[in-house]
Design a protein around this ligand. Structure first.
Ligand SMILES: [Zn+2]
Length: 119
């Protein structure tokens, strides 16, 4: 189980890297982020209290970024990418979600997710 998961994660990374906008902070810190330590998007979003429904590629959930009554948030479980059809919040991975939800810097979000590599 563990191995299959790791493999699919590294494959999906190619896709999610394309979605990342070049960002100075992310470039600067990239050596200290270990993406292998990030929780899987499915695990992470469940822990965030999101109820994922429908779809194979894109799941739907109530958006925690605005008062949502009808699931407007779309999430990808491979890359962790998300987009809200109502309020427009979006990002390419769980780090981006964590940063925006808790208003954290890149480093603090990665640390909170347990993926900051300490030398
Ligand atoms: Zn929203």
């Amino acid at each position: 189980m563990e191995n299959i998961h790791k493999k699919s994660q590294s494959l999906s990374m190619i896709g999610s890297l394309k979605n990342l906008k070049p960002n100075f902070k992310q470039k600067f810190f990239k050596n200290q982020l270990d993406r292998n330590l990030l929780p899987s998007p499915g695990e992470y979003y469940k822990k965030q209290g999101l109820k994922l429904t429908g779809g194979l590629e894109w799941k739907s959930a109530l958006c925690p970024f605005h008062k949502d009554t009808n699931p407007s948030l779309r999430l990808r479980l491979d890359s962790g990418g998300f987009r809200c059809m109502a309020c427009g919040v979006h990002g390419g991975d769980v780090i981006s979600f964590h940063m925006q939800r808790y208003k954290l810097t890149f480093k603090d979000a990665v640390t909170a997710l347990g993926a900051w590599k300490h030398e």
